[in-house]
Design a protein around this ligand. Structure first.
Ligand SMILES: O=C(O)CCC(=O)C(=O)O
Length: 235
């Protein structure tokens, strides 16, 4: 099992024992070493200049901007510290299952601000770009390669025919696979390091996605901005 890498190592003293599945390595794995001393302030590209569109089918699309959020290592620390992470159960194929990852959730109108504050700016910028009001943010922490999420489509209210889901990934890149619902050839995206990945059109209706287990991976957090999430989606 892989050890905690740079972004998490500093928090070990403050973490409850149950969060720690792994020991801290004496030196970080190669994947994270390049940015170990990076302390650039987090910021995002409000011009969306590097956004590329990928058509999955005539009705479904993805927009992808690599490293859209700069200073993502520092942002990882800020997001990690700002939330109470817990292992939750989730509806999966009509059954409640314990998720092999930690999550946290924010809902517009729940009283608390979206933290860190930059996320509120991001939420508004994404909302204005895509013409929707993102009213929730789901935070997912994959502690190592054993944390994962199975094939699924996001649980968004049925009356929203074409939901937009905007995903920001920080920490180590992991594979996110997309395939037509029910099976078919998968398309692979490597997401982390501040990448922005947006699904739109019928992508959440006709396609499903997964972040599969992998032998070795450092920590990664993904933040999913959604509108009209079904209330049962977070157990
Ligand atoms: O972590 C990711 O990139 C995907 C997250 C996801 O699919 C979900 O939380 O529904």
């Amino acid at each position: 099992m892989v050890g905690l890498t740079a972004p998490l190592a500093g928090y070990r003293r403050r973490l409850p024992a149950w969060l720690l599945k792994v020991d801290v390595l004496s030196s970080p794995p190669h994947a994270i070493q390049g940015s170990l001393f990076q302390s650039t302030q987090p910021s995002f590209d409000a011009s969306f200049a590097s956004l590329q569109r990928i058509e999955l089918d005539p009705e479904s699309w993805i927009e992808y901007a690599p490293e859209w959020l700069g200073g993502s290592d520092l942002f990882f620390e800020q997001v990690f510290k700002a939330h109470n992470w817990a292992q939750r159960s989730r509806w999966m194929y009509e059954k409640m299952v314990l998720e092999p990852r930690l999550t946290a959730h924010w809902q517009l109108g729940s009283g608390g601000p979206l933290q860190p504050a930059l996320l509120e700016e991001i939420r508004l910028a994404l909302g204005s770009r895509y013409g929707v009001s993102f009213d929730s943010a789901g935070f997912n922490l994959y502690r190592d390669g054993q944390d994962a999420v199975a094939w699924h489509g996001d649980k968004i209210r049925k009356e929203i025919a074409e939901p937009v889901v905007a995903l920001i990934s920080i920490g180590e890149r992991r594979r996110l696979l997309m395939r037509p619902k029910g099976g078919g050839r998968s398309t692979v995206f490597w997401l982390g390091r501040g990448d922005l990945f947006v699904t739109g059109g019928r992508a959440q209706r006709k396609w499903e996605h997964t972040v599969p287990r992998t032998a070795h991976a450092g920590p990664r957090i993904s933040i999913a901005f959604r509108h009209g999430l079904e209330t049962r989606a977070y157990g």
